[in-house]
Ligand binder design. Structure first.
Ligand code: GLY
Length: 303
């Protein structure tokens, strides 16, 4: 791999398995990131700008478009940021916050790196971050559609025993388990013009899931990682991604000098092929994406 430093690079994804019709959304998000780079030029601000745009787009499973829990009422979201200036922040299972990515960014300035649940929400209020919007008709419709569309012979979640949901069910409402799965994350990786790397991600989580479930998007090394050689973001079913600490594993391939597309493909190959999975990454010289299904993606490079 050449050590020559290239210009900036931005890669944004809208979730593995999401329709390619949504590509205009990720292109808009990438344009927001680019605008940020043109201004202050900070890679992390750019990655956050992209994710913020997707949290505001109700088509994506993050922020305002987050999927409803199986009770049709609860929303629990995860988000994270990391860069090569040493900033690392994540939020897990947070409910009443409009833009979890802004909370993850704020957490990076606290003495901690990961806050969850009520404490995270209280911090959001103390910082004046906007509370979540009331559940929209689109979210209810998405939930109804999810339950309906997933009916059939599809396994509940590839590789995960349906009976475990039944055995450990912890919603207040009775068990209502769809025989299929939903899981999307939005994410962005950026190489700044100054050579710094950053990653940001946000998700409404997977469905079905037990109450309080946290996925890969909140866990450093699983859903996201940034280091001196690049930044990596993963999307898919957290339970599969976490087992392989996928983002850090792929970063390890980059450290070994593997070409980026090959490193991403090798990461995808680690995961059960029935589990929709995607990866995006930037290095000093490359920017790429790879998935085992359709995944709206946008790449902007300034060589
Ligand atoms: N990757 C999203 C999740 O599993 O929560």
């Amino acid at each position: 791999m050449s050590n020559k430093q290239h210009g900036f690079a931005i890669v944004v994804h809208g979730g593995a398995g999401e329709p390619l019709d949504f590509t205009d959304g990720v292109e808009h998000a990438a344009a927001q990131a680019r605008r940020e780079l043109t201004g202050a030029g900070d890679a992390l601000d750019a990655a956050i700008a992209a994710v913020l745009a997707l949290e505001e787009d109700p088509r994506f499973n993050a922020g305002t478009g987050s999927v409803l829990g199986l009770d049709g009422a609860t929303i629990e979201m995860d988000a994270s940021i990391m860069d090569t200036r040493g900033r690392l922040g994540a939020v897990a299972a947070v409910r009443n916050v409009r833009n979890p990515i802004l909370l993850a960014r704020a957490i990076a300035d606290t003495p901690h790196m990961l806050l969850a649940g009520e404490g995270a929400e209280r911090l959001a209020r103390a910082l004046g971050l906007e509370p979540g919007r009331p559940i929209t008709d689109e979210q209810r419709e998405k939930h109804r559609k999810l339950l309906k569309e997933l009916a059939g012979s599809v396994p509940v979640m590839p590789g995960i025993d349906k009976h475990l949901f039944e055995r450990f069910w912890n919603y207040k409402t009775p068990l209502q388990l769809p025989p299929g799965a939903a899981h999307d994350t939005v994410g962005a990786v950026v190489r700044g013009p100054d050579g710094h790397f950053a990653v940001a991600g946000s998700t409404g989580g997977s469905s079905p899931s037990l109450l309080g479930r946290v996925g890969d998007t909140a866990l450093v090394g699983s859903g996201f990682y940034a280091g001196p050689l690049g930044a990596v973001a993963a999307t898919g079913i957290g339970e599969h991604i976490m087992r392989h600490m996928l983002a850090r594993t792929v970063y390890g391939y980059i450290e070994q000098g593997m070409p980026l597309q090959q490193a991403l493909q090798r990461g995808i190959d680690l995961i059960d092929k029935d589990a929709d999975t995607g990866l995006i990454a930037v290095t000093k010289t490359e920017a790429a994406s790879c998935s085992n299904t359709h995944m709206p993606t946008a790449i902007i490079e300034n060589q």
